[in-house]
Ligand binder design. Structure first.
Ligand SMILES: *Cc1c(COP(=O)(O)O)cnc(C)c1O
Length: 465
């Protein structure tokens, strides 16, 4: 069974359950597997998504969850997705495909990991006889995916803060139309930063944190990465990985979570050609690959808002590999980064990184052009995040069509209708299961940006504490 270590070197070996429930390691590091288990692809082509998910993820879970129970959870989770292939491929060019990751309840790729995470949390909490209170801040996407993941969980209360009046209608309604006794939407009178600060302040209040058993399902949780490895395996298999065909993947990236999962799949033995990072104008990763320096600057809004980040939290996991798993080096880089907003890797390290990834930046203008071109050439509508990935893919591959290119479609076009309409003139309709979203009743509480008020609200609403 695979065990886990922190990228900052403290705390020894952990098993899957610890890593699932704690998310961030107590030393501030991120959990990574002690070794990458090796996948035997033989006989896997044509298996169902849930069966492949079992083969890919079971080595990380070992006997922490009963195998039959785990298989049943996987079947149930992915059986609820709206496409029987779960993550289907659509051809958009000679040897180029889009992998649609929007067949979950919130029509964005975070469902693929969070739907499983909610079930795993509930299963483990049931066994341990515990409850947790999940609190999180959202500017849009993550909140609805987390709410959908927890709405049926018996051992979780979830509180999601969004900045009042500052999310899109679709995004707000996807959260506030979930009416369940354990789901609590808070419209905070403030900005997204105020929401994030509020969540941090609740976690920093140790007495409150312990009393409420606060927890998070943020993007650094290993279980989320683990669940994302699966669709790299299913798509590579679909295009012939079992016989050695090695696709390239192009991934629009913010926190480096999704592309890190691709890296894990490669380390587990899935044949891959290039791993291509697409960033928008918030291009800390692309600048790293250009210069060898990690150098923070402010966040600017873009047409692909789910990638509007200042730092890429999951990148630490890859830096750990780049540093030959030297946790002391990671500590040193992170200390420098915290103090000066910058650190540099060695010439050998950046050469290695460029060997393993290519990175390309895509402006808002190029994003719109890419959406328009894709629609003109194929009749296929893509959302702005997908367009960033497609653009990066074409940039990296040029005229080389010798190996398949798979670009990840991380959101349904109807999730970002204004950008799609601007680029193509088409207003993309919501899929059937969300078609009545605008008629559904909403439920949320408006609270002032005041810690004690929010804490009292949380305490009064949790089922038992
Ligand atoms: C979260 C998100 C991303 C970025 O994913 P990371 O794992 O942070 O790299 C890209 N596109 C969409 C639509 C998202 O919701």
């Amino acid at each position: 069974m695979t065990q886990f270590i922190s990228t900052r070197g403290q705390g020894g070996l952990k098993n899957f359950t610890d890593v699932l429930l704690t998310g961030l390691a107590p030393d501030g590091g991120l959990y990574v597997p002690q070794h990458f288990p090796q996948l035997d692809l033989k006989g896997m082509t044509g298996l169902s998504y849930a069966d492949i998910a079992y083969r890919v993820t079971a080595p990380f879970i070992g006997d922490e969850i009963d195998p039959q129970t785990y298989q049943a959870i996987l079947k149930d989770v992915y059986g609820k997705f709206t496409h029987s292939a779960v993550a289907p491929l659509v051809q958009v060019g000679p040897n180029a495909w889009v992998m649609e990751l929007f067949h979950g309840p919130t029509i964005a790729f975070k469902d693929y990991a969070l739907q499983l995470l909610g079930r795993l949390f509930d299963h483990v909490l049931e066994k341990q006889g515990k409850r947790v209170t999940i609190v999180g801040a959202t500017s849009g996407d993550t909140g609805s995916a987390a709410i959908e993941a927890c709405r049926s969980c018996r051992h979780i209360d979830i509180f999601i803060l969004h900045p009042k009046g500052r999310t899109s209608d679709v995004q707000r309604r996807q959260m506030t139309s979930v009416i369940a006794p354990n789901v609590h939407n808070i419209a905070l009178e403030g900005t997204f930063d105020d929401c994030q600060d509020m969540v941090k302040a609740m976690f920093n209040d140790q007495a409150f944190r312990e009393k409420m058993n606060l927890s998070a399902v943020n993007s650094i949780n290993w279980a989320r990465i683990m669940a994302q490895i699966v669709y790299y395996v299913t798509s590579a298999l679909a295009l012939g990985a079992e016989t050695g065909r090695a696709p390239s993947f192009s991934v629009p990236t913010g926190n480096f979570g999704n592309i890190y999962a691709a890296y894990c799949a490669r380390r587990m033995g899935v044949p891959m050609s290039r791993l291509i990072i697409g960033s928008n104008r918030n291009d800390i990763l692309t600048r790293f690959f250009d210069t060898g320096a990690m150098d923070a600057k402010g966040v600017e809004p873009s047409l692909s808002p789910s990638m509007d980040i200042q730092i890429s939290s999951n990148f630490e996991r890859y830096l750990f590999e780049l540093a030959d798993r030297d946790a002391g080096r990671i500590q040193q880089w992170m200390t420098q980064f915290k103090a000066a907003g910058r650190f540099d890797v060695s010439a050998e390290q950046i050469a290695q990184a460029r060997h393993e990834f290519s990175a390309h930046r895509c402006s808002d203008e190029q994003t719109l052009l890419m959406m328009a071109e894709c629609y003109r050439e194929t009749g296929y509508l893509v959302d702005p995040h997908t367009a960033v990935g497609l653009y990066a893919g074409w940039q990296a591959m040029g005229t080389d069509t010798s190996s398949p290119l798979i670009a990840l479609a991380c959101a349904h076009p109807a999730k970002f209708p204004d950008a799609v309409q601007k680029a193509t003139g088409i207003h993309p309709p919501l899929p059937a299961h969300l078609a009545d979203l605008y008629e559904r009743p909403e439920k949320f509480d408006i609270l002032p940006n005041h810690l004690k008020t929010v804490q009292d609200f949380v305490q009064s609403r949790v089922k038992s504490s």
